[in-house]
Design a protein around this ligand. Structure first.
Ligand SMILES: [Zn+2]
Length: 224
């Protein structure tokens, strides 16, 4: 059983890399959002318990989330392990997960951090521009218009939604990064942390993650 926690800020490319790892390792990608949706759809007792919190507009307590995770990890497709994405989100959750796994003789084998500096994240996440006439989307670096500020298709001016402005993104990221840093420090202290440079192209990030996992599997660890 290989339990992998995938860590990265919004915009770090976690979703893309989770899919690559899933195919490479042949173990499921367990994203917290999917976990909730599946438990709700199946209407399991724990799913209904989670729903009661959500319906009341409250956060689902960590122990409920962990029991949903337990259900998910108990399914046949997770017999060889799983890639957790979105949980743990805080240091408290990371400790709760460790305690849960330790009680069953398990542990987080690897916490893989796709590391991208905050300002690079702001540039990635705030690069979205939209045309006034028809909403055609552009991105300042990944999909720029031929003429700055003008839609290629209809010549109308491009604008940024408030949610896509750098200052909005920066404010939202600050609290998310503080939580992420605490989780990263947790796994650094347990020795499970492996860090890859998320500024590299997607293929190179995938290769670095694969190499880190192979080192973990072989028990020869260049610890981050
Ligand atoms: Zn347009």
């Amino acid at each position: 059983m290989m339990l992998v926690v995938l860590l990265g800020a919004p915009g770090a490319g976690k979703g893309t890399q989770a899919a690559v790892l899933r195919d490479r390792l042949g173990i499921p990608h367990v994203a917290t959002g999917d976990l909730f949706r599946t438990a709700l759809r199946a209407a399991t007792p724990i799913g209904l318990e989670a729903k009661a919190y959500m319906d009341a507009g409250q956060l689902v307590p960590d122990d409920v989330t962990i029991r949903m995770l337990e259900e998910r990890l108990g399914r046949p497709d997770a017999a060889a392990g799983a890639i957790l994405d979105g949980f743990p989100r805080t240091a408290v959750q990371a400790r709760a997960l460790d305690a849960f796994l330790a009680a069953r003789g398990g542990r987080v084998d690897a916490a893989l951090l796709i590391d991208v500096p905050a300002e690079d994240l702001v540039a990635r996440l705030s690069g979205r521009w939209i045309c006034r006439a028809a909403g055609h989307p552009y991105h300042a670096t990944m999909n720029p218009p031929r003429v700055a500020g003008t839609c290629d298709l209809d010549g109308s001016p491009l604008y940024q939604r408030d949610d896509d402005r750098p200052e909005t993104i920066r404010a939202r990221l600050a609290s998310q990064l503080a939580d992420l840093d605490a989780v990263v420090e947790h796994y650094r202290s347990t020795g499970a942390l492996r860090t890859v440079d998320g500024r590299e192209p997607i293929g190179e990030v995938s290769a670095a993650l694969g190499a880190a996992l192979e080192a973990v599997a072989a028990g020869t660890s260049g610890r981050a």
